[in-house]
Design a protein. Structure first.
Length: 345
């Protein structure tokens, strides 16, 4: 029998690809599956039983307003009836301290305050675990240099307590949004995850690509959603599909296309060709060394006749837009990974 709501027992019991206990647990499901409820309840129960505090990660500082109500309202009604949670601004609003029935239980911090968090890390050294809900942005509204800030925040939190580095697991939760979100790209998930992937392991992380049938069925039975049944957002909310991506990526294309550019990445070369009749851009590992438009992805790839990626922002922006519309095809996984890396800069 299919569970009605998400259960993270298996994800939390998994080892990473090297057989170690992971420090990053990634959970993506269709909407309304119950993953946020599961992990929020888990860290509150852990605090009540052991006194271990938790941290809530938000992207921008303004999201810290009303963080206690946003975090606790639903689970209070379901599991903690009669208990109250409030937050108090600390360090001029750089972070908030959370109180459960007037007992300090955790903190809320923002990635965009990563540099300031360093200065107050000694006050946050009792955080035992962190939740980063909605780590994928539906509108691609990320912090500038977000991955660095994410790493910086965790590093600031994980030091102290008499140790240079502590084990502080992060539970990263999201709906299906995009294969080219910065976290999937940075951890190499974009190039490995498939439409039928349920669990995936890497060094230091494990991922569950879940699907809650009951939530999908409820979304489909909603008369409101039925009124917009042809809108792709409804499919994103109810099915195991990524909002901003096409399911078709790797295939062989024959015929001559219009050469667009050559991209160099890690000493390999890739061609981008446009096929107007098919409405796609095709990426191949066969290339024309004499074609004038050449782009290097990294400084190591940079050489004479190759311009750096940052000088081609308009071109890359146009390519990302085509990708989001499902207009890219790749000869193989290696070609796909190179373009996904280009989109991550």
């Amino acid at each position: 029998m299919q569970p009605q709501f998400y259960d993270g027992t298996k994800l939390l019991s998994m080892k990473d690809i090297d057989g170690n206990t992971p420090e990053i647990f990634i959970c993506t499901t269709n909407r309304s599956g119950g993953k946020t409820t599961y992990f929020n309840r888990m860290v509150v129960n852990r605090f009540l039983k052991t006194g271990k505090k938790f941290g809530l990660i938000y992207r921008f500082n303004y999201e810290l307003d009303d963080c206690a109500e946003k975090f606790f309202k639903d689970i209070e009604r379901l599991f903690f009836n009669g208990m109250t949670m409030r937050s108090q601004r600390r360090a001029s609003g750089i972070y908030h301290e959370l109180f459960l029935d007037d007992k300090s239980c955790g903190y809320a911090i923002s990635l965009n305050s990563a540099d300031m968090i360093k200065k107050y890390s000694h006050l946050l050294s009792d955080i035992d675990s962190m939740i980063f809900d909605e780590f994928q942005s539906e509108n691609s509204h990320y912090c500038s240099d977000e991955i660095r800030k994410f790493i910086s925040v965790h590093t600031s939190i994980a030091r102290g307590g008499g140790k240079q580095i502590r084990y502080v697991p992060v539970y990263m939760l999201s709906n299906f949004v995009s294969l080219i979100n910065p976290y999937f790209i940075e951890m190499g998930i974009s190039g490995r995850i498939q439409s039928n992937t349920k669990f995936l392991k890497g060094t230091g992380w494990v991922l569950e690509n879940g699907f809650i049938e009951a939530a999908s069925r409820a979304q489909k039975e909603s008369l409101f959603n039925q009124a917009f049944s042809d809108n792709k957002y409804v499919a994103y909310a109810s099915e195991n599909v990524y909002l901003n991506d096409s399911n078709s990526f790797i295939e062989k294309i024959t015929g001559d296309g219009k050469y667009v550019a050559t991209i160099k990445y890690e000493d390999d070369f890739y061609s981008l060709k446009e096929y107007p009749d098919l409405g796609i851009i095709y990426v191949d590992d066969r290339y024309d060394p004499y074609f004038p438009k050449k782009i290097a992805l990294t400084t190591d790839d940079h050489q004479i006749n190759y311009v750096m990626l940052r000088n081609n922002d308009l071109f890359i922006g146009a390519m990302k837009d085509l990708f989001s519309k499902g207009c890219f095809r790749f000869k193989n996984l290696k070609c796909k990974n190179a373009i996904l890396k280009a989109f991550s800069f």
